[in-house]
Design a protein around this ligand. Structure first.
Ligand SMILES: [Zn+2]
Ligand SMILES: [Zn+2]
Length: 381
């Protein structure tokens, strides 16, 4: 009972807010550096700099471009030059969105809450300020794809939140937390399928994945493991005790289960010889591993499969090779590095009725799913 009381007291402590504050996400780098157009949607916004504020009505089209150290703002019926180095677009209602068309297609990405616009020596940098779960909902759609089951999205939400908290200071030098590219996590703004993505974030609110020592895990995932996930050591030469080889039959009949690539024999032999100058023209390049291999071997040639995948832009390291006329045919299974959660296996598990906890425990071994606020408490135990 004493333990329970301590636990409750700690949980309501005002210090337990790490991760609940507004996130700063760097968005659209290189896409809006020279200025951008946007449309105000669903609410009025305020445009604020250090001295003034201007109201923008719903449905207005506005343009912001760098001008010296400040900005030129083009409203529907007027133009305004204002000093920098920062402008903030503030939504006056929680439903407000700023829609920004993205070149070259002009497809709009919509952003909620606030956007800071910084003029960094004539180049604009945009930062979206928003609550954790609204960000998670956007990431779940961008990383998880559309039209799947809620439990799969919930697993992705927990993975994404774990990533945010373990990489919270990744872009500290850029004055934001994370960028919107795969360098961090893909984030294309407010999700198009907003209900299910928000449900996934909110129904897993504050949950993260920790290892046996209550440290946030490296929540790696990939598209399709090809029937067997890889250990982290296999790909990154670094052991992660929760990312071990796992037989996965769930992903066997999914879109990325199988692939084929054909390469002209000359190109293939040039590649092999670039790795081993003594390899002959008459080498037998056929490769049919009977079990999981670390290296492709031909004669004395030994090439790490992880390297080969990168060099030849193969979808995975699981493949066989045979000759067909003037071509080498590479037939493979799976897509991605194969470490951690297999997305297509998870999609199938969710279709079969498994919940997000089953999915996470299947792909990450000996982990716990806990509210991030509890991490310090468990560490003290
Ligand atoms: Zn990044
Ligand atoms: Zn799989």
């Amino acid at each position: 009972m004493a333990k329970f009381l301590i636990f409750c007291c700690w949980f309501i402590s005002p210090t337990a807010v790490f991760g609940q504050e507004t996130l700063r996400i760097g968005i659209l780098d290189n896409k809006c550096a020279n200025g951008f157009d946007f449309k105000v949607e669903q609410s009025n916004f305020l445009l604020v700099n250090s001295e003034d504020k201007w109201k923008m009505e719903a449905n207005w089209n506005v343009q912001i471009a760098p001008l010296g150290n400040g900005f030129r703002i083009t409203f529907p019926d007027s133009t305004l030059d204002c000093p920098g180095p920062k402008l903030t677009l503030q939504s006056l209602h929680h439903d407000g969105k700023i829609a920004i068309p993205i070149a070259p297609t002009g497809r709009k990405q919509r952003y909620s809450h606030n956007i800071e616009v910084h003029n960094l020596g004539g180049r604009l940098r945009l930062v979206n300020l928003l609550p954790m779960d609204d960000y998670i909902a956007g990431v779940v759609e961008a990383e998880g794809g559309p039209k799947h089951e809620l439990e799969y999205y919930k697993a992705q939400a927990v993975i994404s939140r774990t990533y945010v908290l373990s990489q919270y200071h990744k872009h500290i030098d850029d004055n934001f937390n994370l960028c919107d590219q795969t360098h961090c996590q893909a984030y294309n703004g407010w999700p198009r399928n907003e209900q299910i993505m928000q449900d996934a974030a909110q129904q897993t609110q504050s949950l993260v994945i920790v290892d046996e020592n209550v440290n946030l895990i490296t929540s790696a995932f990939h598209s399709n493991c090809g029937g067997r996930t890889n250990s982290a050591e296999y790909v990154w030469s670094k052991k992660l005790p929760y990312c071990v080889e796992t037989v996965d039959t769930f992903c066997m009949k999914m879109p990325n289960s199988n692939w084929e690539k054909r390469i002209p024999i000359s190109e293939w032999s040039n590649y092999i010889r670039s790795k081993n100058l003594s390899a002959s023209d008459s080498a037998n390049y056929a490769y049919f591993p009977t079990e999981k291999e670390v290296f492709y071997r031909e004669g004395s040639t030994k090439i790490p499969l992880v390297q080969m995948r990168k060099d030849l832009k193969l979808k995975s390291t699981y493949f066989t090779v045979h000759q067909d006329g003037e071509e080498m045919v590479i037939i493979g299974q799976g897509f991605g590095h194969g470490v951690g959660l297999c997305q297509e296996g998870s999609i199938r598990m969710a279709q079969l009725g498994y919940n997000y906890e089953d999915i996470i425990h299947f792909y990450y071994h000996n982990v716990k799913i806990i509210p991030f606020q509890y991490i310090s408490f468990f560490k003290q135990e």
